[in-house]
Design a protein around this ligand. Structure first.
Ligand SMILES: [Zn+2]
Length: 266
């Protein structure tokens, strides 16, 4: 089983790149380490972590998608926002979603991974539901959680104040996906993006795929695109279409029936 390539982003903060599929991160404190996302589960994640630190490891999942949760079977416990808990329990524990992701992900494919490489351990992971404001001590570092709905209802940002780093999961990036089941409207995503934009003035921001770091200017651009989507229409479409704005590979992908907040959105 292959270990994941590791990059030290800054002292005590590591990128664990699941073979160009998903970016996982490790923050090492004085008493514990924190793993942020577990990838799809094709590589030796625990072996990779053990090469970095012997400390006990806590696990937090930025949102309930299989490419962030898939490798959780190696850990007894993981924190996840309560709004994504039901979502994970319903679909993500099945192998199906992981297979779909592995087939569709160009990074994993280019690194020679197929569905046969998906590790098939049973999930005995205890999922601990968390909310906005949750904190976790790693000894000399305290990690905070902010609820940032958008990409999913239970998406969170994981904030490491000591290192001035924010892990935003998939809630902003090059080709933000606001079209999957469990998403919010673009309107409900906007405050999360505005918060991230402000944070990125003083904090480094890392996300879940491809080039890991998002600059302040780039986050501002994605925010502007979101505002343009809202300004382009008066109401949600009755018959949804999936569109991309702007029409370029990194534009926001959204559904025309979830632009504006609905009173009943699930
Ligand atoms: Zn996702």
């Amino acid at each position: 089983m292959r270990k994941l390539p590791v990059t030290e982003l800054q002292s005590g903060v590591y990128l664990l790149d699941e073979f160009s599929g998903t970016n996982c991160y490790l923050v090492v404190g004085s008493e514990k380490a924190l793993l942020i996302d577990c990838g799809t589960g094709v590589g030796d994640l625990t072996g990779t972590i053990r090469d970095i630190t012997p400390l006990p490891v806590e696990v937090i999942i930025t949102h309930g998608h299989c490419d962030h949760f898939g490798g959780a079977f190696d850990f007894p416990q993981a924190y996840i926002h309560k709004d994504d808990l039901r979502f994970v329990n319903r679909i993500q524990f099945t192998q199906f979603a992981r297979r779909v992701f592995t087939r569709g992900n160009s990074g994993l494919r280019e690194n020679g991974f197929t569905v046969k490489d998906l590790r098939k351990r049973r999930y005995r992971t205890r999922l601990v539901p968390i909310e906005d404001g949750f904190t976790l001590s790693l000894g000399d570092k305290t990690i905070r959680v902010k609820h940032t709905p958008g990409h999913s209802h239970g998406s969170i940002a994981v904030i490491d104040d000591a290192d001035k780093v924010v892990f935003t999961g998939d809630n902003c990036g090059d080709a933000l996906w606001l079209f999957l089941p469990g998403r919010t409207s673009v309107e409900e995503w906007l405050p999360s993006a505005e918060w991230l934009y402000e944070q990125s003035e003083t904090y480094r921001v890392f996300w879940g795929h491809r080039v890991p770091e998002l600059t302040h200017d780039y986050i501002g651009q994605v925010l502007t695109w979101g505002k343009e989507i809202l300004a382009s229409r008066k109401k949600n479409a009755l018959f949804p279409k999936t569109e991309q704005h702007p029409k370029r590979p990194d534009g926001i992908v959204y559904k025309t029936n979830t632009i504006f907040k609905r009173s009943k959105h699930r």
